[in-house]
Ligand binder design. Sequence first.
Ligand code: PEP
Ligand code: MG
Length: 534
Amino acid sequence: MSGPLRLQGIPASVGYAEGPLFNLDRGDAHYAAKASAVEEEAALQAAIASATDRLAALVETADSEAAGILEFQIAMLEDDALTGPAFVAIPSGMPADMAWRQALDAEIAGYETSDQDYFRARAADMRDIRDRVLRALTDEAESAAPAGAIFYGEDIAPTRFLETDWSAGGGIALRAGSTASHVAMLARSRGVPMVVGLGGAAAPGASPANPAGVALLDAEHGGIVLSPSTAEIEAFRRSSSSFAARRDRAEAYLAKPATTKAGTAVRVQVNIADPSDVDGIDIGTCDGVGLMRTEFLFGRTPPDEETQYRAYRKVMEWAGDKPVTIRTVDAGGDKPVPGFTVAETNPFLGLRGIRLSLARPDIFRVQIRALLRAGAHGNLKVMFPMIAVIDEYDRAAALFKEEQAALAARGIAQKMPPLGIMVEVPSVGIAPEVFAGVAFFSIGSNDLTQYVMAAARDNAAVAHLNSVRHPAVMRLIASVASFGQEQKIPVSLCGDAGGDPAAIPALLEAGLRDLSVAPAQLAMAKAAIADLTV
Ligand code: PEP
Ligand code: MG
């Protein structure tokens, strides 16, 4: 590479990294074909077994989040539907490596061309499985990256992430990738800086053919500089140390209640998905759970009532008398659930959230019963996602009443929680008075912004338009906040903007006093609030 090259993408996990580039997209090792089909089959069997053993060894030392990802890969390797086509191809004369690659590539293509972000994000897991078995076939060890390297390439395998020692720093810069991928989730929870979408239409300049040398990764703003100049390195180090100082300073605010300089109290709750998320959070550092996303409990088969009840109850017991706001399943859009959501040309505007729940009362009623039963164990609030018209709220609330009566008739302990709505469809922000009867509003700034700006939340090419601070979005937020104040309806905000120090001043200015943020953002959000005079 000659001069510096700047690429722009989307931040997937904030932070800064300076280090040598490590090219993730290296060529394949050579496979020595065997003398007969029987030997090819045996070689493939052995490679699959060795890959499975390696994954099982990784599970031993993994935390629950990582173990879930690894166990998914083991289950795929044990699934004949995935491995079968390769064994069918070998007797026709195909060597094991080609048969395996062909079978897996066909599967991966299905994931990659899906119009749903969730499935595209899972393609990285499938490529990981393919490459792990290919490496076992060729006896090639994964080439080691230098300490503190910035992994650069099309995408990164989850197991590559899990096998890397991040204690020496480093980061991830992907031309493709997704903020919804398993690696992005892991990077956020472990504080590894990561940027995705560097190869999209928004990226000025071509990608380097052979990335090498030192690079500067700014995963706070979503950029990378390859072959930086001395001046760029100095400027980067200033931004990086200012970020580290802000992060260290923020830690001091974690244990304190959030207040502005002028003494205005702001409630700061946390957003969680899996019930195990609360294991790492001290309840003393937050004001409760402002959003529990329940769609992550939904696998290929919907969770039964008992499983859901136990999951909700665990979080409520952790929270004690602090509120826990659980959102009914928000499947669809960027969070499809196989076997539940339907294939659509435009899933963001389709049968998702409350629309899908109302279309599938068989599944919705199970969740409602679990929530009513969990309600007997603490301070539960329930909200509905993607509400666009009041009729949706009325129908959902009626189902709660029916199920409550049925549980009561069977003598089962239950309690009706306050029922509120997400404000994430512009119709609610524009005409909040239509929804005056609900118990509370929770602003979903992620979806509200993408719908107001017509800019998908998962598309790097339009990331510059997807800004919560645009006056159009802020005006809606302010009008919902003031309507809530007039009508004495509590209003909070649980989109990612609530944890973004750059957006917090505008949100408080708009009248909000209740934010719910990702646990990793808790300290930074409280520190940003403490800086304000509102
Ligand atoms: C939102 O849309 O802002 C929100 C909190 O919900 P999700 O990100 O789960 O769509
Ligand atoms: Mg949403």
